[in-house]
Design a binder for this molecule. Structure first.
Ligand SMILES: Cc1ncc(COP(=O)(O)O)c(C=O)c1O
Length: 371
């Protein structure tokens, strides 16, 4: 049986430094604890939530993203939105211009709709799509552009002018621009395509990675009212999104401006520690630095090691959970591991010790022993 990293990580959850899922472990727990405790005391979970979602939450999301005239829709994480969007807007034979590496789960949803992706290789500078390359890739069956910004797994982000140019391309070619902004709060200068091409853009948002609520499963999308209705036809969650998740999201979004700056600062500091560690391991390198998200890829090609071997060694021997690139890239998955780092400094200290030791164990000549 091949090693099941996820199973091992979850079985040892309390001992593992969780650097494997881009989750956020830096939000002060009191941000949501009081609201969740009150909701549990009131046994709100006994009743169904209001179907369209708590109006305060809808309003907070609209204000957080700040594009007037767009209608937010709540789903069980951004994931459910991505599935609904693919189902509602794509059909057999349709093509979606996308990247590789990418968050490949979206590509799978696109395929379930009978469509397919045209994956432009972005594992080279500037490590993201460009309007020019997208334009060249648009053909007679293209229906959609998938823009993940910042990009999981590389941490590259799209400058405002590039977002504008891509949005204009979508508008001019009558394409949908699926703009996944799950990691936008980590970026220095995030820009929303919906601002430039509101009719063409469907924006997918999440509170998993910014508000640290991944386990509660809440997110959604935002589009013009007409588009939102068309996509919402594919909603299976007709009785509403988990009520405790809504309560927590309201508490987090109400106060995000007061605590997210500290999350971001700590995340960047952690990224710098990872860079210093990787710099001490000849043959390992960071394609993108600094990451504009809370994750980055560590390229292993100079070491000749498989990412699965590195993942297993780090997890089994050191309790450090990172992800092998195969989950995130068809063409380059064998070349990198992804590490995420919105984590307490103690988790980073474990990575600093574990990474050189793990590489030394797998490739003894690669890393000199410390004097
Ligand atoms: C680019 C991207 N979109 C969407 C998601 C899913 O987020 P959610 O937890 O809101 O379903 C992820 C999760 O890793 C992601 O990386």
């Amino acid at each position: 049986m091949p090693f099941d990293a996820l199973r091992f990580a979850y079985d040892h959850r309390s001992e593992v430094a969780w650097l494997g899922q881009n989750t956020n472990h830096l939000v002060p727990p009191e941000v949501v604890r009081g609201a969740l405790e009150a909701a549990i005391r009131e046994r709100r979970y006994e009743g169904y939530p209001y179907g369209p979602g708590d109006p305060e939450l809808i309003d907070l999301v609209a204000r957080d993203l700040g594009v007037p005239g767009m209608t937010p829709f709540l789903t069980a994480g951004g994931t459910e939105s991505l599935y609904m969007i693919a189902r509602a807007l794509l059909g057999p034979g349709d093509e979606v211009v996308a990247s590789d590496p990418s968050y490949l789960i979206i590509h799978r949803f696109i395929e379930l709709a009978g469509a397919h992706t045209r994956n432009l290789d972005v594992y080279a500078p500037p490590y993201r799509l460009t309007a020019e390359r997208i334009q060249e890739a648009i053909g007679p069956t293209t229906r959609m552009i998938l823009l993940i910004d910042p990009l999981n797994p590389l941490g590259s982000a799209y400058p405002r002018e590039e977002v504008r140019a891509i949005a204009e391309l979508a508008h001019d070619h009558h394409l949908t621009l699926l703009h996944d902004v799950t990691y936008r709060d980590y970026a220095d200068h995030p820009a929303l395509a919906a601002e430039f091409a509101p009719e063409a853009t469907v924006t997918v948002w999440s509170v998993s990675k910014n508000c640290g609520l991944a386990g509660l499963r809440i997110g959604g999308f935002l589009a013009t009212a007409e588009r939102t209705r068309a996509i919402a036809r594919f909603n299976t969650n007709d009785l509403g999104v988990n009520i405790l998740a809504q309560v927590a999201a309201i508490a987090a979004l109400r106060t995000k401006s007061t605590w997210f700056g500290a999350v971001r600062r700590q995340t960047r500091e952690n990224g710098a520690r990872i860079r210093a560690t990787v710099a001490g391991v000849p043959g390992a390198s960071l394609p993108v630095y600094p990451s504009q998200a809370n994750m980055m890829a560590i390229d292993l090609t100079g070491l000749g090691l498989s990412p699965e071997a590195v993942q297993q060694e780090l997890l089994e021997r050191h309790g450090v959970f990172v992800r092998a690139g195969t989950y995130l890239s068809i063409a380059h998955g064998a070349e990198f591991v992804r590490v995420s780092f919105s984590n307490p400094p103690a988790d980073l200290a474990r990575f600093e010790r574990a990474f050189p030791e793990a590489i030394r164990a797998l490739a003894p000549r690669a890393v000199p022993r410390p004097a």
